[in-house]
Design a protein. Structure first.
Length: 218
């Protein structure tokens, strides 16, 4: 189709959507700005896309939510951070000393395992010995606080927190649309602002001369 045919095929809603896509915008924002319901906007966007008048981009946002376990750790501290604080004060502790931290057996094992893996602690028999600084475990504690503040996490931290039941992850896909060079050229054309008739009325039938009708593909 040439430009005139394309313009004649566009509804007023299609034109409104294209005008609001001169600069990159989300479909939600276009819907609110016109205003039109989302389904109508999406239908126009798909049509404009098929005519190479707009491009569509999807953006995925990852959202984190603290579970009940995570909220407990936010309040009381991650098990590994609590063990580290006790260990950093004494430099060397026994496993029995962990009883003061009100952790279950699994939490104790996970905490000590993380400290060993990160080079913060070593074990010898029943003893846990401080062997490094706590920068990594402090970072993990800060990461937990970040979730409550709506901030993003490093992938490896997020993955581990999910496995431990500390957070849940959800994804939100947002559609963005922007006019192509062809779409912008169409907007600038004189005929773009011309209103085309979608429906016949008695007045139009009686005064049909000079009326421009919208093109339909049959």
């Amino acid at each position: 189709m040439n430009y005139n045919e394309i313009i004649e095929s566009l509804s007023e809603n299609d034109k409104k959507v294209l005008l609001n896509a001169k600069e990159r915008a989300s479909i939600d924002n276009i819907s609110n700005k016109i205003p039109l319901d989302l389904d109508t906007v999406r239908a126009s966007v798909r049509k404009l896309f098929s005519l190479d008048l707009v491009k569509i981009e999807n953006e995925t946002t990852v959202n984190y939510r603290l579970t009940a376990v995570g909220k407990g750790y936010l309040k009381n501290g991650l098990p590994e951070y609590r063990v580290f604080k006790l260990l950093s004060a004494k430099k060397e502790i026994n496993y029995t000393d962990l009883g003061a931290l009100d952790l279950d057996k699994n939490e104790m094992n996970v905490a000590v395992g993380i400290l060993k893996r990160d080079g913060i602690a070593q074990t010898s028999g029943n003893k846990i010995i401080l062997s490094g600084d706590g920068s990594k475990v402090k970072y993990r504690a800060d990461s937990l606080s970040s979730v409550s503040e709506g901030k993003q996490l490093d992938d490896y931290i997020a993955s581990e927190f999910v496995k431990r039941g500390i957070i849940e992850i959800s994804e939100n896909v947002k559609e963005f649309v922007y006019a192509t060079p062809s779409g912008l050229d169409l907007i600038r054309s004189d005929k773009f602002s011309m209103k085309l008739v979608d429906k016949l009325t008695t007045d139009i039938i009686e005064n049909w001369k000079g009326v421009s009708f919208r093109r339909y593909d049959l």
